[in-house]
Write a protein of this length. Structure first.
Length: 626
């Protein structure tokens, strides 16, 4: 909801601030006073065009700011957060400054943003039904979105969108598979040759490290044999054919000496730790025996019988694999396993292509069924909406005017033919003969429908698309009728509408020229219908009809006067506006209440503030209540 609109140096308005009512607000004033500048200010903060000629004469720049109350979960709040701006205290500040020369600047809550950000966010907050703004409703996507919101077909639309996404996924996979067939064959050949090369070598995990160790042992066999023999001689000479018997005069080994020490300790018959120490020596001797056993195995190592050239050849083959698919042998084995799975998928591509075609055929059938259900919901809602709007137009002094809404399933039986040809028969249980007589045409993201709003502004006029068949005032009243119908469905003020619907999420509606060509009783009915819409939304209407303004909860008057320049002020002269002197024209905007409002309504009624006109104004205000 728009809580405050402030303007500086915009056209004839030097400074103005209005705080619209939560319900209906009327903007009145004499013709040429500058009421259009308020609409221009709203367009500015909504990201509209900002020509330098809008700046007041003598000013460096124009400035406009709108303060909106928003909820934490509103679309506008989410968009502001996505733009990097925090919403504090439920307020959004949309600001625009326009220099007399140069580029305008868009600001959101004190932070500079691209103009497109203001456009997106304002689209969630305010809808202007002016002569140019409402032509956006002429877009087919907006008409379809409005109709969907009115129909309340969100569940059907979501079901179709899900089917459409699945269909697109199938198409993307099929395109990818078809476009990559040549590349796929090349890839398969490369994988197959690589796998054959690896399998011919048949590497084993850790084999390269083991071969390097084996080669080292072979190349250093003499050194290893000498060291092992000397170690055995020191521990147990008998293992290398040397007598270890001390009585023979040979040098005893370490094992024999430890054994002798243990026996010596056990021969002591005095109390003490001698037996425990003997046990420890025997444990040491057992460990020595294990070492002797291991050293003996090294003497009999298989490496002594290996062919060094054969080992080097094997290492070379493994290194070649590592260089191409490594860097390690483990990496080679991992690549081989992954390549095998990939090759299976590639070799399966013809069967996979057939499976995808079958899957796509089923997805097409599901999408067509969902599209037709959505079509039927739209067609029913179109009849109801057209009837409601035509009835509203009659109450808005447009007898004979009518709105027709065409919901046409795209002609042609291409969909049924495609679904049938995919597998040679019915798809998903849906026979092509079950399609409507005029058939389905190609589907798109919105379904199978072309939606057109056709307006007949007066009897005898041809039905023409919106925006091409009505004046600004007629189109404004048509938009009011649409908003009233939307409000009856509970989405005109921001509840549950499609994102493309005009009047779907914004909670502030601005009407300009809605009273053009209207008078008398019809004008009073127009005011009553605007007040009805204001029950569920904030409504701002620019009007010259007292029968419309009297229904407003708040009224602002735009008036024109003369402001003296600094030179005139210094001389004390007063100059009337528009006489070519040093005075310039300026405009004020002020709220009128009580007696002031009665006088303004009287002026609008009779052009004067006589007792009779004021009495008439008072009576009109008293009767303008829902």
């Amino acid at each position: 909801m728009l809580r405050e609109l402030e303007i500086r140096n915009l056209g004839p308005i030097r400074h103005a601030m209005i705080a619209p009512a939560t319900g209906m607000t009327a903007i009145t004033g004499e013709t040429g006073a500058g009421k259009s500048m308020l609409l221009n200010a709203l367009r500015l903060i909504s990201g509209g065009d900002a020509p330098g000629r809008m700046v007041s004469a003598g000013a460096h720049d124009a400035w406009a700011q709108g303060v909106f109350d928003v909820g934490a979960d509103d679309g506008a709040s989410r968009m502001a957060s996505e733009a990097g701006t925090d919403v504090e205290d439920g307020e959004l500040y949309l600001t625009r400054s326009v220099p007399s020369k140069g580029r305008s600047r868009a600001v959101l809550n004190g932070r500079s943003v691209p103009r497109a950000v203001l456009q997106r966010i304002s689209g969630e907050l305010v809808t202007i039904h002016g002569q140019s703004d409402q032509l956006r409703m002429a877009a087919a996507s907006r008409q379809r979105g409005f109709l969907d919101s009115y129909a309340g077909d969100g569940a059907l639309a979501e079901a179709y969108h899900e089917a459409w996404r699945r269909l697109n996924d199938c198409d993307a996979k099929l395109r990818g598979l078809s476009e990559q067939q040549a590349e796929t064959r090349q890839r398969a050949d490369y994988l197959r040759e690589s796998i054959e090369r690896i399998d011919a070598v048949a590497p084993k995990a850790g084999e390269d490290d083991e071969l390097h160790r084996l080669r080292d042992r072979i190349e250093n066999a003499a050194q290893i044999a000498r060291g092992v023999s000397e170690a055995l001689a020191a521990i147990d000479p008998s293992q290398i054919g040397v007598d270890d018997d001390m009585s023979s005069g040979g040098s005893p080994g370490a094992s024999a000496l430890v054994e002798q020490a243990a026996q010596s300790l056990r021969s002591i018959r005095v109390e003490g730790d001698y037996a425990d120490l003997a046990d420890r020596l025997e444990s040491v001797n057992a460990e020595l025996s294990d070492v002797v056993y291991a050293l003996t195995g090294l003497i009999d190592d298989d490496a002594q019988g290996q062919d060094l050239d054969q080992i080097n050849g094997r290492i070379h083959d493994l290194d070649e694999l590592s260089r191409r698919w490594g860097p390690t042998l483990d990496d080679v084995l991992a690549w081989r396993e992954k390549a095998g799975y990939e090759l299976e998928d590639l070799d399966d591509s013809p069967e996979r292509l057939e499976r995808l075609r079958s899957e796509r055929s089923q997805a097409w059938a599901v999408a067509m069924k969902a599209a037709w259900r959505l079509h039927e919901a739209r067609a029913g809602a179109a009849r109801d909406l057209a009837g409601r709007v035509t009835g509203e137009l009659k109450s808005l002094a447009m007898n004979g005017a009518a709105l027709d809404i065409e919901v046409t399933a795209r002609a042609g039986a291409g969909a049924a033919t495609e679904a049938e040809s995919a597998d040679g028969g019915a798809v998903g249980g849906w026979e092509p003969s079950e399609a409507p007589a005029d058939g389905f045409g190609p589907l798109d993201a919105s379904g199978c429908d072309d939606v057109r709003f056709l307006f007949t502004p007066f009897p005898g006029s041809p039905r023409l698309p919106m925006g091409k068949s009505a004046s600004g005032g007629e189109l404004s009243r048509l938009m009011l009728a649409l908003e009233l119908a939307a409000a009856d469905r509970g989405f005109g003020a921001g509840a549950g509408a499609g994102k493309d619907a005009v009047g779907s999420s914004p909670s502030t509606f601005v009407f300009d020229e809605v009273d053009a060509g209207v008078g008398g009783k019809a004008a009073a009915e127009l005011g009553r219908r605007l007040a009805t819409l204001a029950r569920n939304a904030q409504v701002v209407v620019v009007t010259h009809l007292p029968q419309v303004a009297s229904w407003a909860d708040a009224q602002f008057v735009v008036s024109k006067g003369a402001a003296r320049t600094e030179e005139a002020a210094s001389t004390g002269d007063d100059a009337p506006a528009g006489d070519g002197s040093d005075a310039d024209v300026w405009t004020t905007v002020s709220e009128v209440r009580g007696e002031e409002r009665e006088r303004e309504i009287a002026r609008m009624l009779a052009g004067s503030e006589s007792e009779t006109s004021i009495s008439h104004a008072r009576e009109l205000l008293d009767s303008s209540r829902l």
